[in-house]
Design a protein around this ligand. Structure first.
Ligand SMILES: [Zn+2]
Length: 272
């Protein structure tokens, strides 16, 4: 499942590759991914020019001129791939967007996902993205912002960080190493965290996610150009490493159930 690093990598590549291009045609084979009838969707998008591409959490924001956004969520997993003229297209795409220079991109969803067109002035009313918290890659995600976010909260730290309304983009893959490097048990209550622990956690979020972005994301996901990321399970500190020695103290890593999700922890470094 793509998380913030994989989506960030894709959005940055898209921004470089498709900014300034004019939408010439759209083929949508799976109407349920869209937020309006196919014909209306195509009519609205045609002729618009890509102003820039950014991301927030697990969503890609394509800003279109004049005054529209195309919002893409790849769901559990999907291939979102660039193509150039004469290039062979993937066999089973559900969505294809072609620019006036004959380049474009296809989307092939594995499960479900969204491609929505939203007028710029209604963006704050778009239910699926309006309530998203700040992404750790956003410059507004400062230590001060993080401290305020945690102030007076009663939740357990892992549940809190996974809630996309608090922070957009962290899922059950990267959370494992984030909590390990901050030496926090997933079930720690936020109210018991010291200032130093909060600072460490903030730094861990940045370092774990930016390391993955630099490596192009997980190797199980393809980027905009069809290349796989370079981050494999081998690079994880504790995530998915049951029984392997903790990188800090050599204690075997344990897999435990925390709420509705599984956690990988060092029982010695991450105590309750
Ligand atoms: Zn340890």
């Amino acid at each position: 499942m793509p998380e913030l690093p994989e989506i960030t990598v894709k959005a940055r590549q898209m921004n470089r590759e498709i900014t300034g291009k004019r939408i010439a045609d759209i083929e949508a084979k799976q109407p349920k991914n869209l937020n309006m009838p196919v014909s209306q969707f195509v009519k609205t998008a045609k002729g618009k020019i890509v102003n820039n591409v950014s991301s927030k959490g697990k969503w890609i924001f394509i800003k279109l001129d004049p005054s529209y956004y195309m919002l893409i969520n790849l769901g559990m997993n999907a291939d979102l791939l660039y193509f150039t003229p004469n290039q062979k297209l993937p066999p089973k795409y559900q969505f294809k967007l072609t620019f006036s220079d004959k380049t474009g991109f296809t989307v092939q969803f594995q499960w479900f996902g969204y491609i929505h067109l939203v007028p710029e002035k209604e963006l704050t009313k778009h239910k699926l993205t309006a309530k998203l918290g700040t992404s750790p890659t956003d410059e507004k995600f400062t230590l001060e912002h993080f401290q305020k976010l945690l102030a007076n909260k009663k939740a357990r730290i892992k549940n809190f960080l996974l809630n996309q309304k608090n922070i957009a983009g962290i899922g059950n893959v990267y959370i494992q190493d984030i909590l390990f490097s901050a030496e926090l048990h997933p079930n720690r209550k936020i109210s018991t965290l010291s200032e130093k622990e909060i600072n460490n956690l903030y730094n861990s979020i940045h370092s774990i996610l930016s390391q993955s972005i630099q490596l192009g994301g997980l190797t199980y996901e393809k980027d905009f150009h069809g290349k796989k990321g370079k981050l494999t399970i081998n690079e994880f500190l504790v995530g998915y490493k049951t029984g392997k020695p903790c990188p800090k103290c050599k204690t075997p890593i344990e897999k435990t159930k925390t709420g509705s999700t599984s956690s990988y922890i060092c029982p010695k470094c991450q105590t309750l």
